[in-house]
Design a protein. Sequence first.
Length: 262
Amino acid sequence: MEHHADVISLTGVVRVYEGGQRALDGLTFTVPAGSICGFIGLNGAGKSTTIRIISGLEESDGGVVEVLGERVPFQDPAVKRKMGFVLDDPFYFDWLSAREYLVWIGRMEGLGATESARRTDELLDVLSLPGDEGQLIRTFSTGMKKKVSLAAAIIHAPELLILDEPLEAVDAASARYIRDVLLSLARRGSTIFLTSHALDTVQRFCTDLRIIHRGRIVLSCPTNQLAQAARSVLGDATEGNLEDLFLRLVTGDAEHPRLSYV
């Protein structure tokens, strides 16, 4: 597997939506090869916009985006085959069974028929998904569909995996299986870039952290330096809790409005 020092690099990226809404405001950060990078922020901070731009699904209004050593938008379609995606609004051919869909995805990603079928059966087993042709994806729960999306994203063992809320709506057992799969991918050299609102999971699972607020990065550090970062922001008494640090950085510890009747 080919490696790049920084698998993702954004410099001064700007995205302005209709009406002047500035989703990204000079966004600058990198993601090192082989890392599991947690990209966290409040709703509306710019996470999904960033992921769509990195994925080549949306254009920025300024700045430079490089992924796997290539400038975005990609000129070489082969770059996309090195990537896997679970986006915020995934698309399925939901009239297919999970087995039919995954075998087809594997073939589209360049796997031979036998290998695609073999990997599909492994993924169905590991993620506890039904492969019966009588059970169509359209009948699946939200969590099951999320697992189908993940299986489709990793069937070709991508160099870079981009995940928008991969554990949302997934039960506890499946979440554990998914984390194990992602750790296995990282150990073999894949880079994983993910968003999540589950800050405790991010702190335990990710090797690197990037916090985005109002379209800018407000914290960038390896997870093992979180305690040091927290002390510099919160004071010497802190134990390096990500939730406390996150809330201080994105709210400034402002007084939160309260309901009058509770």
